[in-house]
Design a protein around this ligand. Structure first.
Ligand code: HMG
Ligand code: MG
Length: 297
């Protein structure tokens, strides 16, 4: 049985923008986030407290957090290490996302550490986050396929998830970083995740490289998932994962779910207005069937 209601976590301001080459003025990002909130999102990834040398687009993280955090929304900020944690504590953010790749090669390219080293560093940080009252999500990158190491076994992903659950996270966000997973793989892994971790929130994060994003959302729904990351306009991609394209477009996910009678709480007109704010600053075209079919592409 499919859920009657799902939560969409809008990742446009973070995953969506992190790969944009030309720096987008901070005020435009703020206006984008404010407009997205107006569209109804209760959970969003705002930005990342990562090295500005690695991800220059998000160098304005502190300013974004300062103006965009509000109590009515769960405002996720990505933190890769202790330095990021210090920056987090100095900010008003109320939710944190840590991220680790299943594969050492990807993790090294993304955060310059082997997966095990990252876990060692994150364990005490996660305890600290929990003690201080943050909501903590752990994003599992390359949960299905790695651009360097190929197919990832379910055992490997489940074991990484198990570590994070032991460390005390509130949510596992399981990601198809390069958009290679098929609905069969998605159904199988999420079914196992639900059975293994019945008391933890689990969300699905799909990139749409091979246009399997919506099919994968449906497969995850069938496996009992009711939390989905997506990005307005299909923006996004990880700069350290070659071959990755944008996230599955929020408006396509919302359109599909609402047509299926599953409530999302998101207003598509307002979402389109939010996109119009950021669009002039983007270096690549938007990718969304909803915008195309409503004559807005
Ligand atoms: P490093 O070079 O090993 O770190 O990078 P370091 O400790 O040697 O420091 C290097 C410099 O960065 C130093 O500055 C540090 O101070 C500074 P310098 O002394 O040279 O002037 N630094 C920092 N500055 C600000 N904030 C920090 C920070 N840490 C160090 N937190 C590091 C290691 C983790 C910093 C780097 O690799 C990094 O920033 N990586 C971020 C990568 C990233 O943001 N990737 C995209 C997000 S993950 C993703 O997209 C996947 C996801 O969407 C799910 C999916 O689809 O799979 C979540
Ligand atoms: Mg991503």
């Amino acid at each position: 049985i499919l859920p009657k209601k799902v939560t969409i976590i809008e990742v446009g301001p973070r995953d969506g923008l992190q790969n944009e080459k030309a720096f987008i003025p901070t005020d435009e990002k703020k206006a984008f986030i404010t407009a997205l909130k107006k569209a109804g999102f209760k959970e969003m990834e705002l930005t990342s407290l990562v090295s500005p040398k690695w991800v220059p687009q998000l160098a304005d993280a502190e300013e974004i957090i300062e103006s965009c955090v509000d109590v009515a929304t769960r405002n996720f900020v990505l933190v890769p290490n202790e330095k990021g944690a210090k920056r987090l504590y100095a900010s008003r953010a109320n939710a944190v996302a840590v991220f680790v790749g299943t594969s050492d090669t990807f993790n090294k390219k993304n955060i310059n550490k082997m997966t095990k080293e990252s876990l060692r560093e994150l364990k005490p940080l996660i305890s600290d986050f929990k003690r201080k009252g943050y909501f903590v999500r752990a994003s599992i990158s390359t949960a299905f396929h790695c651009p360097y190491e190929g197919k990832i076994s379910e055992e490997k992903t489940l074991s990484l998830c198990n570590q994070f659950v032991d460390y005390g996270v509130d949510e596992l966000c399981v990601a198809d970083t390069i958009g290679m997973a098929t609905p069969t793989e998605v159904y199988s892994l999420f079914t196992k995740l639900k059975a293994t971790f019945p008391n933890i929130l689990i969300s699905a994060h799909f990139h749409d490289t091979r246009k399997m994003g919506l099919a994968n959302v449906f497969a995850a729904l069938q496996a009992g998932i009711d939390r989905f990351d997506s990005s307005a306009g299909g923006l996004g991609g990880c700069p350290f994962a070659p071959g990755a394209s944008g996230n599955v477009a929020t408006e396509d996910v919302v359109y599909m779910l609402e047509q299926m009678g599953i409530s999302t709480g998101i207003h598509l007109d307002e979402l389109t207005k939010a996109l119009a704010i950021i669009r002039p600053y983007l270096s690549r075209p938007l990718d969304s069937a909803y915008l195309k079919t409503t004559g807005q592409l």
